[in-house]
Design a binder for this molecule. Structure first.
Ligand code: ZN
Ligand code: ZN
Length: 271
């Protein structure tokens, strides 16, 4: 029983963070493919703050710089420049290195507002991590009352680290493997890896994304699964998100020009 709820807790928060990262941090905040209802946005931000410690302005700036200098000098995390294993293992370090450059944040995240709750709470990633860790320990204690005093802190730390490591690994695979391994629909330096897309709510379809960064939907082929897209569609249905129209004409034209997506169907890009 213990392993069941422990595994569910880890997988749940890993996947929730992955979905909120792609929907909020990546597609909404960075590329403006959609606008979220402010309450939904704040909930996503709070979860990411507690379980990843990510600061929105930093993530947005580092990622925009990655698009600006993709796989050329200046890219914060390119496997072509640093090496594939260096990115897969050291991705958090490369991210932190770039996020620490004040001029990167000032140049690439000008439009991200800094409100009072950012200054007080959300800009402090370490505070988020400490609180998230405390919540996890509290959850273990609530589920298992009556154990020795060390049980909840030790187990809570283990669960929190496990979900964090899975999240870090998924992001490292996107920044590393999805620029080096896998297949391409379009001629840019990024690649698609279907299994990474399953782990990361669609982010593994990175070749598609680099071709159409402002598209809210990352899948192009019928066999490509973007779990972030149904979430966005649901939010749109509930009037909690406004989604920018997909660049259907450009997608169809480029697909035809390249001739690499023969099965690309009209409903795939218009849904
Ligand atoms: Zn990339
Ligand atoms: Zn992007």
């Amino acid at each position: 029983m213990f392993w069941l709820w422990a595994t569910l807790y880890v997988l749940f928060f890993f996947q929730i963070s992955a979905i909120f990262t792609t929907v909020y941090l990546h597609r909404a905040a960075t590329h403006k493919a959609l606008t979220l209802n402010p309450v939904v946005e704040l909930l996503m931000r709070a979860e990411l703050w507690l379980y990843t410690g990510i600061v929105t302005r930093e993530w947005v700036a580092v990622h925009r710089k990655h698009h600006h200098f993709t796989d050329v000098p200046g890219d914060p995390h390119s496997p072509y420049i640093e090496g594939l294993w260096e990115i897969i293992i050291g991705n958090p370090w490369y991210y932190k290195r770039e996020a620490g450059h004040k001029e990167t944040i000032e140049r690439y995240a000008k439009d991200i507002p800094r409100r009072w709750y950012d200054r007080l709470f959300l800009d402090n990633g370490l505070l988020g991590i400490v609180l998230g860790l405390g919540l996890t320990m509290g959850f273990v204690r609530w589920l298992n009352p009556g154990h020795a005093w060390w049980y909840a802190p030790a187990l809570g730390l283990g669960l929190y680290l496990a979900q964090g490591i899975l999240y870090i690994l998924a992001n490292a695979l996107i920044n590393g493997a999805c620029h080096a391994l896998g297949y391409k629909n379009f001629s840019n330096t990024a690649t698609n890896l279907r299994w990474v897309a399953w782990l990361s709510a669609g982010e593994g379809l990175h070749n598609n994304h680099h071709q159409f960064p402002s598209a809210g939907k990352l899948s192009m082929r019928k066999t490509e699964v973007d779990l972030g897209w149904p979430v966005i569609r649901l939010l749109r249905k509930l009037s909690l998100a406004q989604v920018k129209p997909l660049p259907e004409a450009a997608i169809a034209r480029q697909s035809a020009e390249i001739g690499q997506i023969p099965e690309l169907a009209a409903e795939e890009v218009t849904s």
